[in-house]
Design a binder for this molecule. Structure first.
Ligand code: M6R
Length: 608
């Protein structure tokens, strides 16, 4: 994972801006942080185990007249989090320094080879070999770009690199299978793992493709293929505002992003609705709706849970058999894909290594569609077509608004396919579309009326060591997602389970020390869910219920109740997850955890 940034500028404040950029990249990893800044003909390196703010404290008061520098925030893979293993890494003479995101798979053999030639290594990382390889090749008299070309062609695995050398006020870069974006400013240029890192200074960006490398100076950009061929890439203008990438007064990004969901859903849905007929407009499909015979959804984590809800939508509304698979499992199976399969890769970041691997495998036998939030990300470039969620930047490691916008888009896709295939009538489509358009205001209404109660419930849940989340039918994936949210940020063990399965095993766990969160909004299976509640109550289990409408019997059985506005049955998953996100948030915050940067996790999992 890791976040990298490089700045080359005539405008100064290199150190301050690298640290500011790193803070925006910390969602990618926060085991250690480091900077390297070129002053005159020397490279100053400061790197430390710990977070960016700790490094910032240590560098307070240090001023570096400089035009170029790089920074790194690490999610450890090779070598424990420690000062020597922190990036940037340098060659033997300290004349070449780089920050790396990715994994060099052949680093052991390269290290042996370089040791044999007298190179001295200071860390246990895979990344350090890159600095020594560059040293080796520049030592042979090659100019730096040639040395970089020879180096990248020796590396196996994934890498995004920003590199300094002590002889030039220039920044070198290269990319293969790890994200890297260039930012083009006035008298300054940037390279970073993600756009928010340099968004305060420019919104003109170039998304690099695999196999591209080059050089940035304050006034110019040169891009080459790894073969050495020079290429021209026009910049794209990003519409995300800086405010979207900042906390805007909220205590945490997660809380801000939970509150942004009404808008994010509106931004995702509105551009796809023909208002004259309330019909869905989707023009990007790589295969005609009537030809699709089978859908495969591949995704990880929260996006996988969105896929599970998508299966209900696509089967019930569009009448298409749909299979959902963990990308990490699918990529190593021998899948049997029926003819005319459409593969849908769902990913917030578009950079999840397992989803990319699964997509590559699925593309061997099917057309592919990405559902993604990040413009120009790897998954969008590899899929045959992309439908974008417009959630805006999601910074918190715990995914929230990406999930509800993914659900909204999957519902739109099902409505579109259902209409085109004659499974639903235009009237049925228009009815559900109008209800979806009204959903954002219902979400805002719920947040206004329920948040304080949800906060109290979150605090209560924080006193338990385990929790059970039960839901059925469309709300079974919501139970899984609610439990994932609780465990990833509060570190309370939580199980999501289909309510009807409880009697086949988990019921043995029930006693007063295990609270159960029931998703008990109106549905055709609500009576059955209520029976499950009775079973828990009679074993002295505590119950928190999410309900809609008047449910006196359920309220009677519950120790805590969260009220959700009444919506169409297909919309409950989208609104129901929001209070569960908040329960997790308030539990974690009460426990004093670092909500936006939970331990051991990173936002984009760009390694296997
Ligand atoms: O960027 P992606 O949607 O591909 O990420 C997939 C998962 O890594 C992600 O959803 C993860 O589970 C989140 N931490 C959940 O909050």
């Amino acid at each position: 994972m890791c976040g990298i940034i490089g700045i080359v500028s005539d405008k100064g404040n290199i150190k301050g801006r690298i640290i500011e950029g790193l803070k925006r990249l910390e969602y990618r990893g926060y085991d250690s942080a480091g900077v390297a800044i070129k002053t005159d003909s020397k490279i100053f390196v400061h790197k430390k185990k710990g977070k960016v703010y700790q490094m910032e404290e240590e560098l307070k008061g240090a001023n570096f007249p400089s035009r170029v520098g790089i920074g790194h925030t690490r999610w450890a893979t090779h070598g424990e989090p420690s000062d020597p293993n922190s990036h940037p890494h340098s060659d033997c003479r300290g004349e070449i320094t780089l920050a790396h995101n990715g994994i060099i798979e052949n680093y052991q053999e390269l290290k042996e080879e370089l040791r044999g030639k007298g190179h001295r290594f200071r860390s246990q990382t895979d990344s350090e070999v890159i600095a020594h390889l560059l040293e080796e090749y520049t030592g042979e008299g090659a100019n730096f770009l040639d040395a970089l070309k020879r180096t990248v062609n020796r590396l196996e695995g994934s890498f995004a690199l920003v590199i300094l050398n002590s002889k030039e006020d220039a920044l070198y870069f290269a990319r293969k299978d790890s994200p890297l974006v260039l930012g083009l400013g006035e008298g300054e240029n940037f390279a970073a793992s993600d756009v928010p890192a340099f968004l305060p200074w420019t919104n003109r960006v170039i998304f690099l493709e695999n196999g591209e490398m080059g050089k940035l100076t304050p006034s110019g950009v040169e891009i080459y293929k790894f073969s050495g061929e020079k290429i021209d890439k026009p910049p794209t203008t990003i519409t995300w505002s800086l405010a979207q990438a900042e906390k805007s007064g909220y205590k945490h990004f997660m809380l801000k992003e939970i509150h942004e969901q009404a808008k994010a859903i509106g931004d995702t849905v509105n551009p796809r609705i023909n208002r004259d007929r309330n019909s869905v407009v989707i023009e990007e499909l790589p295969i005609s709706p009537t030809e699709i015979n089978h859908i495969l959804i591949i995704a990880c984590g929260t996006s996988y849970h969105a896929g599970l809800v998508g299966k209900f939508y696509l089967e019930e509304i569009a009448g298409i058999k749909t299979e959902v698979d963990y990308a990490s499992e699918f990529r190593y199976r021998k899948p049997v894909l029926p003819p005319s399969t459409l593969t849908i890769a769902v990913s917030q970041s578009g950079e999840t290594a397992d989803t990319i691997g699964a997509l590559r495998k699925a593309r061997q036998g099917s057309k592919s569609l990405a559902i993604c939030n990040v413009l120009g990300s790897s998954i969008t470039r590899e899929a045959d077509a992309t439908l974008y969620t417009h959630a805006g930047p999601e910074i918190s490691v715990a995914s929230t608004k990406a999930f509800t916008t993914q659900l909204s888009l999957l519902l739109l896709l099902a409505l579109y396919l259902g209409r085109e295939r004659g499974i639903i009538t235009p009237e049925q489509e228009a009815d559900l579309v109008s209800k979806l358009l009204a959903l954002p205001s219902k979400i805002e209404q719920m947040l206004r009326s329920q948040e304080e109660k949800i906060r109290q419930i979150g605090i209560e849940i924080s006193s338990y060591r385990n929790a059970l989340y039960l839901g059925r039918h469309l709300n079974y994936p919501i139970a899984l997602e609610g439990a994932l949210k609780l465990k990833e940020i509060s570190y309370i063990h939580a199980e999501g389970y289909p309510a009807g399965e409880m009697k086949h095993g988990p019921i043995a766990l029930i006693d007063e020390s295990l609270p159960t969160v029931f998703i008990a909004t109106e549905s055709k299976v609500l009576d059955k869910v209520r029976s499950n509640m009775e079973e828990i109550k009679s074993r002295r289990g505590r119950i928190v219920s999410l309900i809609s409408g008047k449910q006196p019997a359920i309220e009677e059985l519950s120790d805590g109740v969260i009220r959700v506005p009444q919506v169409d049955e297909y919309l409950y998953p989208i609104i129901n997850i929001i209070p569960l996100q908040l329960v997790a948030y308030y539990a974690a915050d009460f426990l004093g955890h670092d909500v936006d940067q939970p331990r051991n996790l990173a936002k984009s999992v760009t390694v296997e």
